[in-house]
Design a protein around this ligand. Structure first.
Ligand SMILES: *Cc1c(COP(=O)(O)O)cnc(C)c1O
Length: 362
């Protein structure tokens, strides 16, 4: 028998979360952002739940190819554009739309031989300072693209640095609007947090993390607040139990000392499965759907949970590390991420290849 750990992808929950994005932006078109193998869910599985989107946005040309192989004929957008000139051949062949964020990408387009002009998303740097043209360089880039026979429609795109936090997005919106006011073309500004918190819609929205049942502004808001459903469950089982007396310690480094008599369950899940080693004693977990806490250090293949208040739990009991447990129980991935000092995005992207992942129809 394989180790009892597995990951489930809840296909109807993906579809539900996509509907939430639609409800928030009824007049916009929705990009389902499926970069990083659909935030770790697997493009193929995610596609089952997200095919109602207007398009798919991602970074990797191989992932774009997989979507076309799955039969998707609608828009696909490369959020970072192409990485070298010959990528443009694949864009022509697969009809991929692509961001253009630097002059080199325009040079490559100008030298590209194609029968089919490309739809491009000209990226403005409105303050994030990663990709895109500065407000002063934007107009020149737009004019260059507009003059190219290789280019069909030009849309305008920018990305927010603080849509989930106190600084907000007003300064970036102002920079974008000033720089683009008399340029034609569709606009695409929002990520999940800008849509949820600020209601920014435009022609296109880019829904990422909200599709995957994690709140971009946790702990200020959780998924219940945004009416999102968890799309990934990481679960395993208890493979041993220990009874401790006061003063006994648990795991590497003896970081946890029992204050009194305790029962401990050993779970087949460790950092080699993608569970964060930085999760301290007290990180929430569900055993048979009931909430408890981890104790001691996470090791490569195992971690420990407190069973003192769960006398019925034992070898074989189901442990939910995040996601959905038995009896309608839920442990949002955001709570575990927070305990580890990170965000839901990182946990869902980091589930290890040795964990079997499969789609679930509930
Ligand atoms: C990843 C990404 C998104 C999606 O962000 P979420 O916070 O997951 O909604 C949107 N736009 C760009 C450019 C991205 O790279």
């Amino acid at each position: 028998m394989p180790r009892p750990i597995e990951a489930l992808v809840h296909v109807p929950a993906l579809a539900h979360n996509l509907q939430r994005a639609r409800a928030l932006a009824p007049d916009a078109r929705v990009w389902a952002v499926v970069k990083a193998n659909a935030y770790g869910h697997g493009i193929e599985r995610a596609y089952d739940g997200l095919r109602g989107a207007d398009g798919f946005a991602l970074l990797d040309l191989a992932e774009a190819e997989r979507l076309r192989t799955l039969g998707w004929r609608g828009p696909i957008l490369l959020l970072e554009g192409v990485f070298e000139p010959r990528d443009l051949e694949l864009c022509s062949r697969l009809d991929l739309w692509h961001a253009v964020h630097c002059n080199e990408q325009i040079d490559w387009l100008a030298a590209h031989k194609t029968q089919r002009p490309h739809r491009v998303f000209l990226k403005m740097n409105s303050g994030m300072n990663r990709l895109g043209f500065t407000p002063t360089a934007l107009r020149g880039a737009w004019a260059r693209l507009d003059a190219l026979p290789q280019v069909d429609e030009i849309s305008l795109i920018t990305h927010f640095s603080d849509a989930d936090g106190p600084r907000g997005i007003a300064h970036q919106i102002a920079a974008f609007e000033t720089a683009t006011q008399d340029l034609p073309g569709e606009r695409c500004l929002s990520n999940s947090a800008a849509l949820l918190r600020h209601g920014v819609k435009n022609d296109w929205v880019r829904a990422g993390i909200l599709l995957y049942g994690s709140a971009p502004d946790f702990p200020e808001h959780g998924i219940e607040h945004w009416e999102l459903r968890p799309t990934m469950t990481l679960r395993s089982r208890i493979i041993a139990t220990q009874t401790l007396a006061a003063g006994d310690t648990v795991g590497y480094g003896s970081s946890f000392t029992a204050p009194g008599p305790m029962r401990v369950g050993i779970v087949a899940c460790g950092y080699a499965d993608g569970y964060p080693r930085l999760c301290p004693t007290g990180t929430p977990a569900l055993v048979d759907g009931r909430r408890t806490r981890t104790i001691g250090r996470v090791s490569m293949d195992m971690l420990e949970v407190d069973l003192t208040e769960l006398p019925d739990a034992g070898i074989g009991s189901e442990v939910t590390l995040w996601g959905r447990g038995p009896g309608g129980s839920v442990l949002p991935i955001d709570e575990v991420a927070r305990a580890a000092g990170t965000i839901g995005y990182e946990l869902m992207c980091a589930v290890a290849p040795r964990v079997t992942m499969r789609g679930a129809e509930d």
